[in-house]
Ligand binder design. Structure first.
Ligand code: IPM
Ligand code: MN
Length: 352
């Protein structure tokens, strides 16, 4: 297969983890007779410096024309207290919106060999769930502003029936191929948007009789992820709640650096690790490349390349088993560098 893939390395550790990912994807293409054309394009704080915008039009056009986008991470602490001007994150939000990537999929998988989770080991047995986060609506994209005297601010949270239905369908379909359970996480005891979500999802569930639907308020869900994470299969939730729950869930797996994600629209897709730009680690060759590499594997799955995806995941599992890991998930004294982890995975696939 021939695939045009846009690559946005972004800020901080983005270029380092992306380098390992592309190296491995190139090998997979060669081994299985595919042509992957990677086209680098820029976004984030590096784009603000060069072009005055975190998401240049050319980048958006390149991404819209490609079969998929691989995204590293963006963000720079120098914008943290920038309450008025532009921020690198705005670029990511704009790209998600312009590509209409409404369904964000974040799998939460536990590797039993890794032992850096603050949660008791016995609570982690059999944990395997996935978050379906709505990504182009809600409070992230509602009208926002300040009153004239600047003493009041507002962010509207708006959801339409159509927005809820299209992600709902993705979540139900995912549940069918998994443990057949969807948990809708909302705040329907307070928010009107949550009540609309409940109405619509309850109706939709009638079309999926094999799927067991249950409900948790966000505050309770946040607690259950720590106390009883194995109760979950597919978590379906809105943009803001999904953002928060995915960082929380990453902690139970040991490291944010491990987790990939896919953002899917009707015919567009983007794959990115969940982690941020981790500026403290930039250039040190210590960042965990697995979140980005596994995002590459989600891209292979999206392309329908199941053999390729399986071998990549097998290689990643093997690297963990052999303790070829970065220092976020293993004792620093025996840890490997970003590059060494990438090299190990590359070599493993080569030798299969
Ligand atoms: C994420 C990130 C983004 C979000 C930021 C960088 C805008 O935290 O992908 O989870 O809030 O969606
Ligand atoms: Mn987040």
């Amino acid at each position: 297969m021939k695939k045009n893939i846009s690559v946005i390395e972004g800020d901080g550790i983005g270029p380092e983890v992306m380098k390992q990912t592309i190296k491995i994807l190139n090998l997979i293409a060669k081994k299985y007779g595919h042509n992957f054309y990677f086209k680098k394009t820029i976004a984030g704080s590096i784009a603000i410096e060069k072009f005055g915008t975190p998401m240049p039009k050319e980048t958006i056009d390149t991404c819209l024309k490609s079969d998929a986008v691989l995204f590293g991470c963006i963000g720079d602490p120098k914008y943290d207290h920038n309450t008025k001007g532009i921020r690198p994150e705005d670029g990511l939000l704009e790209l998600r919106k312009k590509m209409n990537l409404y369904c964000n999929i974040r799998p939460i998988v536990i590797y039993s060999e890794i032992n850096k989770s603050p949660i008791k080991k016995e609570l982690l047995n059999e944990v395997d769930f996935v978050i379906y986060r709505e990504l182009t609506g809600g409070i992230y994209f509602g009208k926002k502003g300040r009153s004239k005297n600047e003493e009041e601010a507002y962010d509207y949270c708006i959801y339409s029936k159509k927005e809820i239905e299209r992600i709902g369908e993705m979540a139900f379909r995912a549940a069918i191929s998994r443990k057949k359970k969807v948990t809708l996480v909302d705040k329907a005891n307070v928010l009107e948007t949550s009540r609309l979500w409940r109405e619509i999802i309850i109706k939709m569930a009638l079309d999926y009789p094999e799927v067991n639907l249950d409900f948790l308020y966000i505050d309770n869900a946040a607690m259950q992820i720590i106390m009883n994470p194995k109760r979950f299969d597919v978590i379906l939730t809105d943009n803001m709640f999904g953002d928060i729950l995915s960082d929380e869930s990453s902690v139970i797996t040991s490291s944010l650096g491990l987790l990939p994600s896919a953002s899917i629209g009707d015919n567009k897709s983007m794959f990115e690790p969940i982690h941020g730009s981790y500026p403290q680690a930039k250039g040190k060759n210590i960042a965990n490349p697995l979140g980005c590499i596994l995002s590459g594997s989600m891209m292979l799955e999206y392309f329908g390349m199941d053999k390729e995806k399986n071998i990549l995941e097998k290689a990643v599992k093997n690297s963990i088993k052999k303790q070829i890991c970065t220092q976020d998930i293993i004792d620093k004294k025996i840890s490997s560098t970003t590059e060494e982890v990438g090299n190990y995975i590359e070599k493993y696939i080569k030798n299969q």
